[in-house]
Design a protein. Structure first.
Length: 264
């Protein structure tokens, strides 16, 4: 959680973006931005808003109805981009969203088809040197030979990977019913015995030592945080819904402070 007041929903995965990229926009996209959109609105312009939010990393249902869920996602978008956080899309914001959607579509086109995420065979440990998704598609398997702290971090993360997202979740206590980005990272680090108290995303920018680690690397800035453990990303946004999830798809680390636990 960024400064207790900024929570970043992270960029959409290429696989999720590709599906949105293929959706036709039509005249609604051409006219997008000629009206203010707010809670209670409906129609083609709202569908464009929902598609473009999802395309740029803020997953929401594309149903043409500006309901509570769309307002929450729009507020996250506003918070990340340092806008007034009111859940109302102004004409100026619409122009910025259009630019970001165009860039996201171009990135999808350059990337091309993406391979399916690796899933481990039924076994207690992962083959090779990286953690992978277990056969259930939700939890992760630690690679054989991983240090005990790494195994413990993965086991801790596995306990919360079905939890939903909630801003501030995991900060009043490590044990919670929902978690935000830094609450998720803090929980995994605590499970490994590397953190005594939850930190927000800004606090995680000073965790451990500078640079990437061999086994655990924390990525943090004032608005978001995620962690890569044995090559597998634990994050609250991306493909698979919002909340703590293992995300096999890569994401950009641009704009993040990179830290790691000493010796790991």
């Amino acid at each position: 959680m960024g400064n207790r007041g900024r929570s970043r929903s992270c960029a959409a995965t290429i696989a999720a973006s590709a599906a949105l990229f293929a959706m036709p926009g039509g005249s609604a996209e051409a006219a997008f931005g000629d009206r203010v959109l707010r809670h209670g609105d409906s129609g083609r312009h709202v569908r464009v808003l929902q598609r473009w939010l999802s395309l740029t990393g803020f997953q929401t249902r594309v149903d043409g109805h500006f309901g509570r869920r769309t307002k929450i996602v729009l507020r996250r978008y506003e918070r990340e981009h340092r806008m007034r956080v009111d859940g109302v899309l102004s004409r100026l914001q619409a122009r910025g969203l259009r630019r970001r959607a165009i860039l996201a579509r171009a990135a999808v086109a350059r990337a091309g088809p993406q391979p399916a995420p690796a899933v481990a065979p039924a076994a207690g440990v992962a083959p090779g040197t990286n953690a992978v998704l277990a056969p259930d598609g939700r939890t992760a398997l630690a690679p054989a030979g991983a240090p005990p702290q790494v195994v413990s971090a993965i086991e801790a993360a596995n306990r919360i990977v079905t939890k939903p997202y909630r801003y501030g979740g995991g900060h009043g206590s490590f044990e919670d019913s929902a978690y935000d980005c830094s609450g998720t990272v803090s929980y995994a680090l605590h499970g490994a015995g590397l953190l005594d108290a939850p930190r927000d995303s800004s606090g995680l920018t000073t965790f451990g030592a500078k640079g990437a680690g061999r086994w655990i690397t924390v990525y943090a800035n004032s608005g978001h945080a995620y962690v890569v453990i044995a090559g597998l990303r634990l994050d609250t946004s991306g493909g698979g819904g919002e909340g703590p999830r293992w995300r096999p798809q890569p994401r950009s680390s641009r704009g993040y402070v990179v830290r790691h636990p000493p010796e790991l």
